[in-house]
Write a protein that binds this ligand. Structure first.
Ligand code: GTP
Ligand code: SPV
Ligand code: MN
Length: 614
């Protein structure tokens, strides 16, 4: 760890004093220091002592509240600026050379113009602050081709969170040096320089925000936000947006998916991934406790999956992350005990949760009964009579994944595991049945291409509006969406057709005739997983419908489940009228791709039309 004080905030006076021989890294840090003129540079080593020092500083600065309840050892609560609580999709840019290559799902600005804007906003942006240099690797450090990044940031909150979410520090730099490796340069500033003598605020940020990606040069520039996916640049910015562009060029897939290992009573294990949009149940499914006798689940990841064609024509998957950045509300002992057990081991950072009177945190759904008194996420007194939620709906827990009791040993495998099934899922009150199997791989890509969900609090904007979200990647595809679907088609050409994962469409959120959830969800989703495994193994009853293969009510194991026949019917039903409306919406959606939608996917739409009788 090297702390270097600049003599004056003038560019050439900043002494970088790099603890590395990696020339490009030294050059990068020098360039950013020159541009942003921080007071100090701190090379992050990732050690426990460093973490302790940083958390002390964050407590002193008022950013962190140290939790004193024994239920949350070595953990901290942070409260963001009320205007900095989620990803900002309207301020997220893909600056490819050609506008066409960003596609209709992204905001595009000419890269030269954006670079000029960024050199303006970043000019002196770190004045009065420390610039932290965080070397990180996404995925195992011993991977054949480790994917490195270096985030420079003026936020200690980001450093502590990145230490949980990714593999960071000295080991990473040593490996980068050995390989003279390429790294993704990722620049982050909260955009709040301090003048001499100016007091800092607990959560510095800027009203003006830029979350910018240059896919060709693999660069990330993030300005103005300290929050989650806007600021922890290894996560959505690198592991999805930049990685998807790398994956396109290198023949693999970077996806917004959980990975689950499921073992049947007969002892057979299968690996299942699931792409659900933000706040639609990935973390919950990744940490499921099956209710069915004899079934065990273990997790490998809850948010991001990298998929590569393996040597034997199979698809192999790894989780590039090292922690959870999970939605807190709704996570409780009765819904997600595995997450609660991981959290209870401590070493966590909670953002925008409520504080309990005994020095812990609480959020809606943690316990069935709320505590009688809390301090809400904005610092106000809160009681169960209060009209606003105690925790922000997008409040998050940030917890190391290796604290999970049910972590699969394969999580550590650099080579990944063979993927057996992919689930695409969304939050739909109507239309989409509990589970549908695709007829074949191409039909499965059609499921992904037409995936839709009601919007949630995970991003700014209205909540509850149905939008198409291809492969749950709408905000994360780093290039043209049609090219992205074409890439899915092409990559599968490298696999053995016999070994392609089976693809399913799921919806835990359909409503019954009374407006409640038709399906109990959460742990009971293991019943759906059982049917999926039976289908993988060539068993399990399914009926042909115009939209794909669905289980008969009898094919779904409902032993011991308290569900009415009406609810089960409402959950599974394929309603021709709803699907006619859906078809019209899909047609409009496909028109937005212009010419870049794969022919084979367009063909699936025609087949659906035909099966529905024109
Ligand atoms: P991101 O981390 O934002 O990508 O979200 P996620 O996809 O990991 O979603 P998560 O598992 O955190 O769940 C989001 C919300 O959906 C929580 O409030 C959950 O309680 C709720 N949820 C998850 N699974 C189910 C389910 O099976 N049924 C119902 N009704 N709600 C669910
Ligand atoms: C999501 O929004 O999909 C998240 C949270 O997982 S964030 O890290 O903010 O992207
Ligand atoms: Mn999640």
């Amino acid at each position: 760890m090297v702390d270097t004080v600049a003599k004056t905030p003038g560019a050439e006076d900043i002494h970088v004093d790099a603890p590395t021989t990696h020339e490009k890294l030294i050059q990068f840090v020098s360039d950013i220091a020159e541009l942003t003129t921080p007071d100090r540079i701190h090379w992050v080593d990732g050690s426990e002592e460093e973490y302790a020092g940083l958390t002390d500083e964050l407590v002193a600065a008022g950013t962190f509240t140290r939790l004193t309840s024994p239920d949350f050892p070595n953990s901290f609560a942070a409260f963001s600026d009320p205007a900095d609580v989620a990803r900002v999709e309207s301020r997220t840019f893909i600056c490819s050379e050609a506008e066409r290559d960003a596609g209709f799902t992204n905001n595009w600005v000419d890269p030269a113009e954006m670079r000029e804007t960024l050199s303006g906003v970043f000019d002196g942006a770190m004045r009065g602050r420390t610039m932290y240099v965080i070397p990180f690797v996404m995925g195992p450090l011993d991977a054949e081709d480790p994917k490195f990044g270096v985030e420079v940031t003026d936020s200690a909150y980001v450093v502590t969170s990145m230490r949980i979410m990714a593999r960071i520090g000295t080991d990473v730099v040593r490996r980068m040096e050995e390989l003279d490796a390429f790294f993704v340069p990722a620049v982050h500033s909260v955009g709040a320089p301090l003048e001499p003598g100016q007091d800092d605020v607990a959560w510095p940020c800027n009203k003006e925000k830029y979350i910018v990606h240059f896919p060709e040069t693999r660069e990330i520039w993030s300005y103005g936000s300290g929050y989650g996916g806007n600021a922890l640049l290894g996560k959505k910015c690198y592991a999805l947006r930049i990685a998807s562009a790398m994956a396109r060029d290198e023949g693999w897939l970077a996806e917004h998916m959980l990975i689950l290992k499921l073992t049947s009573p007969q002892g057979r294990s299968h690996f299942i991934s699931g792409a659900f949009p933000s706040a639609c149940g990935k973390t919950n499914l990744a940490l499921i406790d099956p209710t069915l006798e004899g079934w065990t689940a273990e997790t490998l990841g809850d948010d991001i999956t990298w998929i590569r064609p393996g040597k034997d024509g199979e698809f192999r998957v790894v989780n590039p992350e090292a922690g959870y950045f999970g939605v807190a509300p709704g996570t409780g002992w009765h819904t997600n005990a595995n997450a609660m057990r991981a959290i209870a081991k401590g070493n966590s950072v909670f953002t925008n949760c409520a504080l309990t009177d005994d020095g812990g945190v609480w959020w809606e759904g943690m316990t069935e009964e709320p505590p009688s008194h809390l301090t809400d996420w904005q610092g106000n007194e809160w009681t169960p009579d209060s009209e606003t939620p105690a925790a922000h709906p997008n409040a998050r827990f940030c917890t190391p994944i290796d604290q999970t009791d049910m972590l699969a040993e394969e999580y550590y495998s650099a080579d990944g595991v063979k993927l057996d099934a992919i689930l695409f899922g969304g939050r739909r009150k109507t239309t989409v049945p509990l589970v549908t199997e695709s007829r074949d791989w191409n039909h499965g890509i059609f499921f992904g291409a037409t995936l839709s969900s009601e919007t949630t609090a995970a991003a700014e904007g209205a909540v509850g509006k149905v939008r198409r979200d291809p492969m749950a990647m709408l905000p994360f595809i780093g290039y043209d969406a049609g090219d992205y679907l074409n890439h899915w088609v092409r990559v599968s050409g490298q696999a053995d057709p016999e070994k392609l994962p089976k693809i399913f469409l799921v919806n835990w959120f359909r409503r019954n005739r009374d407006g409640g959830f038709a399906w109990p969800g959460f742990a009971e989703n293991s019943r759906v997983l059982k049917w999926i495994v039976e289908r993988i193994e060539g068993r399990g009853e399914a009926v042909e419908t115009p939209i794909g293969l669905t289980p008969t009510p009898e094919a779904l194991d409902t032993t011991g489940l308290d569900i009415s026949d009406e609810d089960l019917h409402d959950a599974l039903r394929v309603d021709p009228q709803e699907w006619r409306a859906e078809l019209a919406d899909i047609e409009q959606w496909f028109e937005r791709f212009g010419g870049s939608l794969p022919q084979s996917i367009q063909g699936e739409l025609q087949q659906l039309r035909d099966r529905m009788g024109g």
